[in-house]
Design a protein around this ligand. Structure first.
Ligand code: FMN
Length: 360
């Protein structure tokens, strides 16, 4: 048996293999209301048919202002719950587990979607909104945010909490907190974007307070058997910024607060840094986080082949492989991987048996 196809148990949730589809924004709520639609049903449904163990759906706003773009998904109202329920029913019917990535974009909110050929902030006049952050310093090329008042930070914790409660009702089986890629929680974590003087700024403990409070609030409203995960950027690639050592410490605190898996990415907070990208370039960061906790870690980033994924797991220190862009090219990536690694899986769709790898 390969490691890639060994089932995984997270609390009460059985996952059929170690292949997770990484969260990927679809920017496809065409009415700009955060309500997912047939695109999302087909997109996530195909990846479930394709054999994924878990699908972590796109960054989903806990409030309208928390969305990255006006076309991003949301979970702040009941219409959104009903729409996500339809997606989740399809995903679960075809065997994958379904997780939501709860997110607030902070100073990186209200932006254009890349494929429209524009970049930067969408103005309020153009159906955008004013942004908020731990700081009043802008992300380069974007409009400056307003620094959140302390009372408003507590409101955001409540928004994550109520969104988690709605996510359970929408049929999600796990939750991932988005603390990566320079979005709001990362803006609080990093000393580069947090110069606050209240209890949410200063020491590491204070900068991590928002994430810890969100973690505890979510854990208090979701079922005991439901897994909770966090995505971190493990470094800002800048001296004096967020780094692996701080990630390790905060991951330990989060583990004590009931987090079951750490999904390790990097970067996204600031521009102008040199990222050493290449195949599997974030794997050492995942291993580094895994060294200080007992919970499993997921590696992501330029993992594209089944042999590479299996080798990473065989190397130890990483329990899950998350695939993003390779799964856009090939929704059946997990089924292909099973064939390539000579694993017989019992979830090859019967409708597709005549096309089963290896071809005759
Ligand atoms: C279209 C697209 C949308 C993405 N949206 C998200 C997102 O919503 N949340 C997130 O944490 N990462 C997001 N990412 C990052 C991916 O989850 C992943 O970490 C990254 O693409 C590296 O993995 P890969 O080399 O397998 O593509 C996105 C990536 C792509 C390509």
């Amino acid at each position: 048996m390969t490691k890639l196809f060994k089932p995984l148990k997270l609390r009460d949730l059985e996952v059929r293999n170690r292949i997770f589809i990484a969260p990927m924004c679809q920017y496809s709520c065409e009415n700009q209301d955060g309500v997912v639609n047939s695109w999302h049903e087909v997109h996530y449904g195909s990846r479930s048919v394709g054999g994924a163990g878990m699908i972590i759906v796109e960054a989903t706003g806990v409030s309208p202002e928390g969305r990255i773009t006006p076309w991003c998904a949301g979970i702040w109202n009941e219409e959104q719950v009903a729409a996500w329920k339809r997606v989740n029913d399809i995903v679960k019917k075809h065997g994958a587990r379904t997780a939501i990535q709860l997110a607030h974009a902070g100073r990186k909110a209200s932006t254009q979607r890349g494929w429209d050929g524009k970049s930067g902030t969408i103005s309020v006049a153009d159906r955008g909104w004013s942004t908020v952050s731990a700081t009043s310093e802008p992300f380069e090329g974007y409009e400056p945010p307003r620094e959140l008042q302390t009372a408003e930070v507590f409101e955001i914790i409540e928004e994550f909490k109520s969104s988690a409660e709605r996510s359970v009702r929408a049929g999600f089986e796990a939750i991932e907190i988005h603390a990566a890629h320079g979005y709001l929680i990362h803006q609080f974590l990093s000393p580069l974007t947090n110069s606050r003087t209240d209890e949410f700024g200063g020491s590491l403990e204070n900068r991590a307070r928002l994430l810890l409070e969100i973690t505890k609030a979510i854990r208090s409203v979701i079922p005991e058997g439901m897994p909770l995960m966090i995505r971190f950027s493990a470094t800002d690639y800048r001296d004096g910024g967020w780094d692996l050592e701080q990630t390790q410490q905060v991951a330990q605190w989060c583990a004590e607060a009931g987090v079951d898996l750490f999904d390790i990415s990097s970067g996204g907070l600031i521009t102008g840094v040199k990222i050493p990208s290449g195949p599997g370039y974030q794997v050492p960061l995942a291993i580094g986080v895994g060294e200080v906790i007992v919970q499993p870690v997921a590696a992501v980033g330029q993992i594209t082949t089944s042999a590479q994924a299996e080798k990473i797991l065989q190397g130890g220190g990483v329990e899950v492989i998350a695939i993003a862009r390779a799964s856009l090219r090939d929704p059946y990536w997990p089924l292909r991987a099973a064939a390539e690694l000579n694993v017989e899986v019992d979830y090859w769709p019967t409708q597709y048996l005549r096309g089963k790898w290896p071809k005759d």
